[in-house]
Design a binder for this molecule. Sequence first.
Ligand SMILES: [Zn+2]
Length: 234
Amino acid sequence: MQFTERARDALAELQRAAAPVLALLAPQRCGACGTEGTLLCSACCDELGLAGAGRVERGAAPPGCVAGAWIGPYEGGLGEMVRTLKFHDLPALAAPLGLALQGAIGAVQRELGGDATLVPIPTDPARLRDRGFDHAALIAAAAARALRCDLAALLERTRAVPALHTLGRAERRRVMDRVFAIRTGATMPQRVILVDDIWTSGATFEAAAATLRAAGCKAIGVVAVAREALMNGA
Ligand SMILES: [Zn+2]
């Protein structure tokens, strides 16, 4: 029994180690439509609002936040790109998504009244171990490089949470209560823009913003690659 488990672990380790090599050997495909040849085809780049500084969609900010923006809807190609990035081991897709967040970040920054530090929403540690990379951190890093703005991993998760989209509003709030903490030794900037891949109910942003405010942050905005329509009531 123990031997089988060890063998399984060893195999999983081998697969993880081989993944980058296999990715190089496999033909590159568009992360949104699957067309062979490139990581993001020009048709998807235009259609999904990923060209240049990216499309900017605006809406009411989550509670405790000043402003929010995103590139486009989760339903469709953007959602497909986010899923390909996270579940098919393609961290390289974070770069075009981060670049396309520049417009949204700029719009939120203007409402915050000045330069803001980008703070990625941290991935659950267990998922991070499985995946080997933190997608929101990579997206935020690509955006920060392009915009030459500050980037700081100020937040950490205190525990794992279930998938939020299956929960009602009150339940989401309860589950997210104090789920984030400030990393030890972090200095708090005045203005922060939280960065995540998907914005669904806003409960994750709301919880992260509450943690930052309690630690002295004055103005918080949020940006996400994709906004997902909520099925069970906002
Ligand atoms: Zn495409």
